[in-house]
Write a protein that binds this ligand. Structure first.
Ligand SMILES: [Zn+2]
Length: 284
């Protein structure tokens, strides 16, 4: 527990000021990252306009509720791993009616690929299993749009287990030589039975046995930020529980489609598949 807490650092205080263009002379945007790539999580901030108290931001068809800190209006934006590299518009609308727009430049990232051998029941699904998988996907897809409008997280997000990096985020994957969905999280090489910690404060939305991810805990941190903990041998929380940062939510296991025990840690931001290692404050 101690080393997990030690891994936590304050939210990056270094802000990168977006390069000014002719259209954005009158206001600035700030980022917590210098370069924005496919799969990144980026905090985009701007000073609140006069008299404005809150607002929303629209990026890639998703609407984000921002949060105010020290006169800045901030939005944690998820850049899905398959977002087309290049310029993408983000539009802020404030409660005063004023709007601001800015272009985010997204750089491409080479995610690499990986071939894995798993039990054939995970690649050759019978009809009943196909229905189960479809139901589980529907449940999760609906979940990403029902996040708390309040910011439940506080400060930095923690790495949720002790252990080195196994498979990184974004790998294009082949299971038993068949192409499947890319790796939507990252794997930590934590030993079976070791503790899994909530990455931050939030509410447990899922604590269930899912076909591919086994015993799975999903925590809503508010503002459409979710963390996912998969393949657990044991779950210590139930749906609806409020959790604190570093609270033990379960134990590392090998349930679901795995080649051995590890923790799969996933993050979704407004439904976008993003790299957990780019969460503010996380250190791997
Ligand atoms: Zn994984």
């Amino acid at each position: 527990m101690k080393s997990v807490l030690a891994a936590s650092v304050a939210l990056a205080s270094i802000l990168f000021v977006a390069p000014q263009s002719a259209e954005t002379q009158e206001y600035e945007f700030f980022f917590n990252r210098e370069v924005i790539r496919q799969g990144d999580i980026v905090q985009v901030s701007t000073r609140l306009p006069f008299r404005a108290k809150t607002g929303t931001a629209k990026f890639s068809d998703a609407t984000y509720n921002g949060y105010v800190t020290g006169g800045l209006f901030n939005v944690l934006v998820g850049i899905d791993m398959d977002t087309e590299p290049g310029e993408h518009e983000i539009v802020y609308t404030f409660d005063t009616g004023e709007s601001r727009e800015f272009m985010l430049t997204i750089e491409s990232r080479d995610f690499g690929k990986e071939s894995l051998k798993v039990a054939s029941k995970y690649t050759d699904l019978d009809e009943k299993t196909q229905e189960r998988v479809a139901d589980e996907k529907k449940l999760l897809d609906a979940l990403w749009t029902t996040s708390s409008p309040n910011r439940l997280w506080k400060g930095a997000f923690l790495k949720p287990a002790i252990g080195g990096l196994g498979s990184p985020f974004g790998l294009r994957r082949f299971f038993n030589d068949q192409p499947r969905s890319p790796h939507s999280g990252l794997d930590l090489k934590a030993p079976a039975g070791s503790e899994v910690y909530a990455s931050n404060f939030g509410k447990v939305m899922v604590a269930a046995d899912l076909f591919f991810t086994g015993n799975t805990v999903v925590i809503d941190h508010g503002h459409a930020v979710y963390t996912i903990y998969a393949h657990l041998s044991k779950m210590n929380v139930s749906e609806g529980d409020d959790v604190e940062r570093a609270q033990v939510v379960g134990l590392v296991g090998a349930t679901g489609r795995v080649t051995g025990p590890h923790l799969h840690w996933g993050v979704k931001v407004n439904g976008a598949r993003v790299d957990p290692s780019t969460l503010p404050g996380a250190r791997l």
